[in-house]
Design a protein around this ligand. Structure first.
Ligand code: ATP
Length: 244
């Protein structure tokens, strides 16, 4: 089991945003984290990556909490934020070098992977450019390249599909598939339900900081009585039930 979130209550102040979340992201599984604006998706991710500390409950990655084994925990995790975080004075090459240093990666292997990813995302000719001046989508691709050179157990991607062009989305999905085949797992938060439906194995439906439902599309369709339902249909039904 790659990620285990166990009765997590947390948020930014004494008043919790997340209320008693329990879910797992098994190895070799892509899990979609779905919810309306403000449902708590980013807050959940912030807890998993360690920006926020749980008020109650535990988060374990490969059986350890961040507190128990910070290095093991951090090395098992790579994160692509919704808004790219880039250093204005570093080139693309230097961003990759920084990732290699931060994760203590084997330089040769990491550059080999970086070469493949840079070619795939059409950034190979831009190694000596400053990504801070790139378009939003290109900046996102830089974050994707930096995350996927890390041989992580879990990749967390916050809103992967907004801002990327269709070719880049296709390429990202191919990379996710490759990583899954390697045994890694992916947790992605998204509003793009049609794509999530196609590429995620399981879903967590968040509503007002609580898990309203979780499971495969078939399980959710059964639970919400929407036979052969799409994720959109299931989701609207869930929102309807939650508000009534
Ligand atoms: P979106 O789809 O809009 O990105 P989300 O599901 O990621 O939404 P969160 O960003 O996790 O939602 O927000 C959940 C709740 O936490 C909201 O009520 C929000 O106002 C609150 N919140 C988010 N960031 C902060 C912060 N830095 N300080 C205090 N409250 C915050």
């Amino acid at each position: 089991m790659s990620l285990e979130v166990d009765h997590l209550t947390g948020g930014y102040t004494q008043i919790p945003v997340l209320k008693d979340l329990t879910f797992t992201v098994p190895d070799q599984t892509v899990v979609g984290l779905i919810g309306l604006n403000g449902a708590g998706k980013s807050t959940t991710i912030k807890h998993i990556i360690g920006i926020l500390t749980p008020q109650k409950g535990q988060i374990r990655l490969n059986q350890v909490t961040l507190e128990q084994a910070p290095e093991t925990y951090r090395k098992a995790l790579a994160f692509v934020p919704e808004t790219p975080i880039l250093y204005p004075t570093l080139t693309l090459r230097e961003h990759i070098e920084l990732t290699i240093m931060a994760y203590d990666l084997d330089t040769k292997q990491a550059w080999q992977k970086a070469g493949d990813l840079l070619a795939r995302f059409r950034l190979a000719k831009r190694l000596d450019w400053f990504p801070a001046n790139f378009s939003k989508g290109m900046q996102q691709k830089v974050m994707i390249v930096c995350a996927f050179i890390v041989p992580a157990q879990l990749y967390i991607i916050d809103e992967p599909f907004t801002g990327l062009d269709p070719l880049a989305i296709r390429d990202l999905l191919a990379v996710i598939k490759q990583q899954k085949a390697r045994g890694a797992s992916v947790l992605m938060s998204t509003h793009v339900l049609a794509t999530a439906q196609q590429y995620a194995d399981q879903f967590i439906l968040l509503n007002a900081g609580k898990i309203q439902a979780q499971g495969t599309l078939t399980q959710l369709a059964q639970q919400f009585n929407v036979e052969n339902g799409s994720l959109d249909q299931i989701y609207f039904k869930m929102i309807g039930e939650a508000q009534s």
